[in-house]
Ligand binder design. Structure first.
Ligand code: TXA
Ligand code: MG
Length: 331
């Protein structure tokens, strides 16, 4: 079983050390317990998906201690500032455009140009964010498809040894996940209801705010589908060679990859060759996935050939995303 520890200055330091070393810590927030990783470390973020057993890469909420920290990661428009003044710290998440050169791993955004960001109110979450001094990506600390945990025992029962430490601080006050407000488009819209309502937000913004509800883990109607990044050029999986004009998204050794018509894959020019992980590490591959798809989708390649990636652990999520990209899907 994972280490369940009561909160103290020394266990907060231990938790911060685990997070800075790329580990996972379950932390209390005012809504539900979160499964936290350093949002700047793509390999650590990839571990979240493996621990939750998520079949795909849903974008994650990034937690920061205050508005100043949020401003470094996202573009805060006027509406976002107003909403932040009224509801942060608290159980509200805003979807905003990522800042230029945002240091947050693009795995948190699942390749999207937006980022979900929240300033939590819980004293322990605040203390942990300040001690570890990095933004924390944290979905609810439960296996995918099960209900969100509001006690340390729920977390332990659901995640077991997949989490390195559980910071225990009793049951969560709200017990319901944060309201998710999308402010990245022209019309503000609530994507997930929570303790803070669309009506309350509407009063602050001086306009009507509606709901666009869908189960974002299992989308039902087309209007409610979460958009996902897909390259503009064709992508094929389990490639055993590279066709003329294609770029290669490699995984592991390229020793046995050849070019159709002759030659070795290692001879491809830089614009046509990326390796997700030379030594075949799935976490490293996940952390590089969205960046490398974009880099190969650069106007110089006519398509992307992807080498076989094992369908185990976080490889399941990688293959899920590659299949959507291969189908030309942005959903
Ligand atoms: O209360 C909470 O929000 C908890 C605590 C730990 O903070 N966290 C949480 O995270 O519930 P998670 O990953 O279980 O839910 C995140 C929600 C999902 O519905 C996801 O689709 C949506 O936020 N989301 C995240 N990033 C998004 C983005 N860039 N665009 C649209 N939706 C996004
Ligand atoms: Mg959840």
């Amino acid at each position: 079983m994972p280490r369940i520890v009561a909160v103290s200055p020394s266990t907060l330091n231990d938790a911060a050390q685990i997070l800075r070393d790329g580990g996972l810590v379950a932390m209390p927030t005012e809504t539900v317990y979160g499964l936290a990783a350093n949002a700047l470390d793509g390999v650590a973020v990839a571990k979240i998906f493996a621990a939750k057993g998520r079949p795909g890469f849903n974008p994650l909420i990034v937690h920061v201690p205050d508005v100043a920290a949020a401003e470094k990661l996202v573009v805060m428009n006027d509406a976002a500032r107003l909403v932040a003044e009224s509801f942060w710290p608290g159980p509200l998440t805003m979807i905003l455009p990522r800042a230029n050169n945002s240091p947050v791993s693009d795995l948190c955004s699942a390749g999207l140009p937006t980022l979900a960001i929240r300033v939590p109110a819980h004293k322990v979450t605040q203390d942990l964010l300040r001690v570890c001094a990095v933004p924390l990506a944290a979905p609810s600390a439960n296996k995918s498809g099960s209900i969100s945990p509001t006690t340390p025992k729920h977390v332990a029962d659901s995640l077991g040894d997949a989490v390195d430490m559980i910071l225990a601080a009793g049951p969560c006050d709200v017990g319901l996940e944060s309201t998710v407000l999308d402010l990245s488009g022209d019309v503000p819209v609530v994507l997930r209801p929570g303790a803070i309502t669309a009506e309350q937000i509407g009063r602050v913004l001086g306009r009507d705010v509606g709901y666009d509800l869908g189960d974002h883990d299992a989308p039902k109607s087309p209007g409610q589908l979460l958009r996902h990044y897909a390259p503009a050029i064709p992508l094929r999986m389990r490639a055993v060679d590279v066709a003329p004009g294609e770029g290669l998204l490699a995984f592991g050794s390229t020793r046995f990859m050849g070019l159709r018509g002759g030659g070795a894959a290692s001879a491809l020019p830089d614009h046509a060759l990326r390796n997700l992980s030379e030594n075949g590490d799935l976490y490293e591959a996940a952390s590089n996935l969205f960046r490398m798809m974009r880099e190969l989708d650069n106007g110089q390649n006519s398509g992307i050939a992807v080498m076989d990636i094992p369908d185990t652990g976080v490889g399941l999520a990688i293959n899920d995303r590659l299949r959507r990209a291969a189908a030309g899907s942005v959903k």
